[in-house]
Each structure stands twice: as C-alpha cells, then as structure tokens.
Design a protein around this ligand. Structure first.
Ligand code: SF4
Length: 423
C-alpha cells in the first residue's frame, strides 16, 4: 500500500498540467544516484545512444548530477510531441522525483506538512485547472516519499524571541486574512500588509503568548484594515530614501540571476568571466539609470527610465500576485526551513517585497511589447519570472541578504517600494 502523510493544501489554488514544457526546458533537474541507476537500468543509454544523459557540476564545494539538455534547449528526455519520454516509454517510476513533484513543494508547516506551489509554472500562475483537492492522494504520497515532516519548531520572531506553533500559525493567518478581505481593492490590501508589517516590527511582546498573541494580531489587522479603507490606494507614499531604492534594486538584481542549465558545467575561466559580468550588471542595477543589463537571455533592450513610464495594472490584474502571497502564507513557506532559515519577520519582509519584484519584471515585459500600461498577461509573466528564483536561488542564503532585508524593513520603506515598483 502507498504510504501517505497528512498534508494541508491551499484550497483556493487550482492546478492541472497543460503540458507547456516550461519545466522541461528552463529548470535544472538534479538527480541522485538511485534515480540515475533507475534510468540506466530502464535501457536509456541504448535508446539515446551517443547522447549524454546526465551532466555533473560543482556548487559550493559539492558535486551534483542533473538531467542533460540538448544544445537547442530542453531536457534530453523531452519528446518531439512535447511530452516526457521517461514517463511515456518506461513509466512514471523512472522519472526523477523533482519532475514528479513539480510544481508542488511539500513544505514543513508549523503543525502539518503544507503544500506550496511554484508560481513559475504558467498553469499555477494563471490558476488554471481543477481544485487542488483532486490531487490530494498523489501529493500526499509524494510527500511521504520525500519524508516531509512539519517543522520541529517555528522560526524565531526576531532576535531572541521564539514562536510557538500557535503563534506562527496565527501570524501567517492574520496576514493571509488581510489579503482576502473584501471591500478593499487588492492594491490597498497589499499596502495594508506593509502597514501591518511596520506595526509588528515595532511590537515589544516578550510576554504576549499564544491566544493573547493571536488576539493582538487580529486587533492590529482590524486597525490596519480600517485605516486602509479610509485611505486612497493612490495617496502618495512617503518619499523613498535613495539608499533604500539602491538596496531594493540590488535585491531585484539577485532575483534576475537565473541559472542557465547549460552554464552550470563551465570551467574556472568561464566562472570568473561570469562573476565579472555579474559584478558589472549589479552596478547598473544599483545605479538604476541607463540601459538595463541583459541578465536573462529573453530580456529586451530597455532603459531603467523606460520602465517608470509604464502605467500600473488595473486592480483585477493583481489577483495572481495576491494569490501567490496567500499561498506562501497559507503554506508557511515564507520563513524558516521553507525560506532559507529566515526569521519570521525577515521572511515576511521578503514576501512583501515580492510584488515589487513582480512589478519591475512585468514592466520590462510591457516595454518589450511596446505597451504603455501593465495588463493581466504582463503581471502573470512578471510573477512567473520572479518565482523562477524566489525561494529557490541559493544566493538568498547569504548573511549579506539578511542584512539587506533588515535595512529594507524600516518603517515606511516596504510601502514606498511597493508604491514605486509594484504592479
Ligand atoms: S510548467 Fe506546469 S503546465 Fe507546464 S509542463 Fe510543467 S507542470 Fe505542466
């Protein structure tokens, strides 16, 4: 009998695979020794004679193997019909686990295993497919296969103050609840979240625990909601200090660094040249003027100033951004083990910078299309590009990024960034 573990799904999200092939072309799929053995035993060395099945590369001192790609792009097992040949010809059991999991990410929740989703998948971003409940049995079996467990303890609040599972769950539910409140435009809900974040950073709550903590959170959320209801979403924010803009654009630059699967095996000279190229690109992002460096191969030629001329999206086009934040909160995937071990408030700050990263990527897409305003399509594209690295790229593990977030978490800064860069 297949083993399963109890899991919690964000039931407002839908998904079915529409076989677009993105995950077979743009992602690095690492394979372990057992997965390599299964593929070789299924006869694939003979079936793809003369074609390398795996590539090895070193990262941070460790050796990894990944599924090889063809020179024109795409996994070596991707068939002409756009479907996976491993799946079609030797059965789903020969597919490496990352391929079977995608776009699901079983994540350690404070209470049970919660299932996050990758928003770089077009079907997830656009909420296309059946409700997630229909996938419950499959995801639960996959979660058991990877040995998914709840957190042993929730991440600290900030500094020394720890959090109980009750408090962590209440905090995540408070922010999630604010995002789904009716009677406020989505833009106002996102701004209200920035206000709530400012409030919780200022709290001195060493002895406010569990149920009293949950009550406090709900009072603060109510106050923030009322304030946002009275304010106009277009009311000008406080001016953003130049240093905060620079720090945010550096954060943005790091989200732009998508590893090309072909690039992982380059030698020392190639790595040095890449580091030099990236250093120059990061300086351009810091300056925030002049030509946008071509960090990703499909980026158009544009100037930073061009992006500011693109008008924001209509409010209904922000639904995918709001939903992606709700999924991260509902699945506890915004701090702790699901987000590079970040403390709770640092993780919340990173999450609330996400819509601004999306807005910048979406504007770049709009400029490429000659559009003067963001649309639902450009916002979805921005969301997908941002989630290609958000919560994934190991660069955010670095201590320097925690310091950067600390500087960006000062009162009023996330709100000013959202007003300037958000979609
Ligand atoms: S990216 Fe999503 S929709 Fe496209 S093939 Fe992969 S799982 Fe299916």
């Amino acid at each position: 009998m297949t083993k399963r573990v109890p899991i919690h799904l964000p039931l407002f999200q839908r998904f079915d695979c529409h076989q677009c092939g993105y995950c077979c072309r743009g992602l690095v799929v690492n394979v372990n020794a057992e997965e390599r053995r299964r593929i070789i035993s299924a006869g694939w060395v003979g079936k793809l004679a003369g074609i390398r099945l795996f590539e090895s590369y070193r990262l941070l001192g460790r050796r990894y193997y990944r599924l090889a790609h063809r020179p024109e792009g795409g996994c070596v097992f991707l068939g002409q019909d756009g479907l996976c040949r491993l799946h079609a010809e030797t059965g789903v059991a020969t597919k490496p686990l990352p391929c079977r999991l995608y776009p699901f990410v079983p994540s350690p929740g404070a209470d049970v295993v919660r299932v996050d989703l990758r928003f770089d998948c077009p079907s997830v971003a656009a909420n296309r497919g059946r409700p997630l409940s229909v996938h419950l049995a499959d995801i639960s079996a996959l979660a058991a296969e990877i040995g998914a467990r709840p957190m042993t303890r929730p991440p600290d609040w900030r500094g020394q103050r720890n959090m109980t599972p009750r408090e962590f769950t209440a905090l995540a539910a408070t922010f999630e609840g604010l995002l789904r409140r009716e009677g406020l435009p989505i833009r106002s809900r996102l701004l209200a979240g920035c206000g709530l974040l400012d409030l919780v950073y200022g709290l001195q709550i060493a002895s406010v625990r569990n149920d009293r903590f949950a009550e406090l959170m709900s009072l603060l959320a109510e106050a923030t909601f009322e304030e946002a209801r009275k304010a106009s979403p277009d009311a000008p924010s406080a001016a953003m200090p130049a240093r905060a803009g620079k720090l945010f654009r550096q954060w943005l630059f790091l989200h732009s660094l998508a590893d090309d699967p072909q690039d992982l095996a380059i030698g020392l000279v190639g790595r040095r040249l890449r580091s030099w190229r990236r250093y120059r690109q990061s300086r351009r992002f810091s300056a925030g003027t002049g030509p946008v460096p071509a960090c990703r191969p499909d980026w158009p030629s544009a100037c930073f100033e061009d992006l500011f001329r693109v008008a924001p999206a209509p409010d209904e086009a922000l639904e995918p951004v709001c939903r992606s934040l709700r999924v991260k909160l509902e699945t506890h995937a915004f701090s702790g083990p699901a987000y590079f071990g970040y403390e709770t408030l640092a993780g919340l700050t990173a999450l609330w910078l996400m819509p601004s990263v999306v807005g910048w990527f979406a504007r770049l897409r709009a400029v490429a299309e000659g559009a003067t305003a963001l649309t639902t399509e450009s916002v979805i594209e921005g969301l997908r590009q941002a989630h290609h690295t958000f919560g994934v790229s190991p660069v955010f593990r670095q201590i320097s990024e925690r310091f950067r977030l600390r500087a960006l978490a000062r009162p009023g800064i996330p709100r000013a960034i959202l007003a300037q860069y958000g979609p």
